[in-house]
Design a protein around this ligand. Structure first.
Ligand SMILES: [Zn+2]
Ligand SMILES: [Zn+2]
Length: 270
């Protein structure tokens, strides 16, 4: 099942789950991480299906007003993390299951309005919410973030991963896009351009690649010392960018050793 993002067909959660399971089965060092991520994606699909299937309800785009519905998806997520997450997250999930309605609401709203990318549970809930908001024709009304070339035009989120895919047969190797860390939409972005600071001088933009991950590379900037991973779908069409990005965790080690900071941590904190 190939990965595609169309706003009419719904987000391909199943393709993401299958890809994570497939990679987990053949992984070594990242097996646990990918097994957990598969469960997490399954829980996110559950959230998405719940929101999407709710009769007579569409997200308003004012998250504060939608919270009562969104909060109802939390127990499923907490259960999945408790059952299959790493110890620290599992502990956090247990604590959160006893937290008050207001505390939970505040956490989700804060991540929506001033995203850090590090509030795991809020980010995990907000991805399917924002995704369904986009697909259902809504707009984030209480998320007043700057837009601009390196920010998601829909929700203002930062780039989680960069990708290359062929759009037209004439495109030479496919156009570059960035994928939003919050709503998972993609938008076109110039090839030789830092997704963090806008550096465009080729001498200051470096790439790191190993044969172990033929279709993935680190795209690093020496001006702002930030990096993002690039997934090349023209080299491997079955890749699912958010999943393959996680599977290539050893590349993050290289980046950190070279003092680069990731533009946005992924859901599993890498
Ligand atoms: Zn977005
Ligand atoms: Zn930069």
């Amino acid at each position: 099942m190939a990965w595609q993002t169309s706003t009419t067909g719904g987000y391909p959660w199943d393709a993401a789950v299958s890809r994570a399971e497939h990679l987990a089965a053949k992984a070594d060092a990242t097996k646990e991480l990918l097994t957990f991520y598969a469960e997490l994606l399954r829980a996110q699909k559950g959230i998405y299906d719940f929101l999407r299937g709710r009769e007579g309800w569409l997200p308003s785009g004012v998250l504060e007003d939608d919270l009562a519905v969104v909060r109802r998806t939390l127990p499923g997520l907490l259960g999945a993390v408790e059952a299959s997450g790493p110890a620290a997250l599992s502990e956090e999930a247990r604590a959160l299951s006893h937290a008050g309605v207001e505390e939970v609401g505040r956490m989700i709203l804060e991540e929506w309005r001033a995203p850090t990318g590090t509030r795991f549970f809020a980010k995990a809930l907000l991805q399917p919410y924002a995704r369904w908001l986009a697909e259902s024709g809504g707009y984030p009304l209480d998320r007043d973030l700057e837009r601009g070339g390196n920010r998601c035009p829909f929700c203002g989120g930062r780039a989680q991963v960069s990708l290359l895919r062929t759009k037209e047969p004439s495109a030479d190797g496919g156009g570059r896009e960035l994928l939003c860390a919050t709503c998972l939409n993609t938008w076109p972005f110039r090839r030789v351009l830092c997704a963090n600071c806008g550096e465009e001088r080729p001498a200051l933009l470096g790439y790191f690649h190993t044969p172990a991950y033929d279709h993935i590379r680190i795209e690093a900037c020496d001006t702002c010392k930030h990096y993002i991973k690039g997934v090349d779908l023209t080299r491997f069409g079955l890749a699912v960018p958010v999943v393959d990005e996680v599977a290539a965790a050893p590349l993050d080690v290289w980046a950190h050793e070279h003092a680069y900071t990731k533009i946005e941590l992924n859901l599993v904190g890498l």
